[in-house]
Design a protein around this ligand. Sequence first.
Ligand SMILES: [Mg+2]
Length: 178
Amino acid sequence: MKYEMIFLDRDGTLNPDPGYIAALADFRFYPFTLPALEKLKEFSFCIVTNQSGVGRGIIDPDRLEDIHRYIRSQFEQHGLDLKQIYVCTDHPDRATPRRKPGTGMFLEAAREFGLDLRNCIMIGDAVSDILAGQSLGMDTMLVQTGLGKETLPQLVQPPTFVVKNLLEGASLLASRTD
Ligand SMILES: [Mg+2]
């Protein structure tokens, strides 16, 4: 199946998550991330990321933008169609429906790109990623990097796919012909 959009979580999915990455110098992709996504070049991507560090006053929004400018440039250099990076900066105590597991960022993407979310997939490492996807009828893929190993036993409804990391997940999606 050709997904209309592949939604990607950021921390723990694309990059190691030491907690509140506040500067570009502290950001790095997993070594397999860009090669993994290159297997999925015929797809389009959106990144959907909770960054409560901004709401907590730990991350400067301008530094966050530095990181996202770098991410966009790396996707572009690797020929990857990154449509948008959706960021929710809400503090968890004052969360709006944009903060995952809320669905706000996905609904924005659906409006912006005319998507049927039931024909999309969410890939992430946290309970909030999988719950957001499930509540919208999306396929879901749990990567067992970041929080992934702790996430699996917490899920009531299993994800569509459980994989070791994004590379295994991308290989799986690239090999599917149904
Ligand atoms: Mg994550």
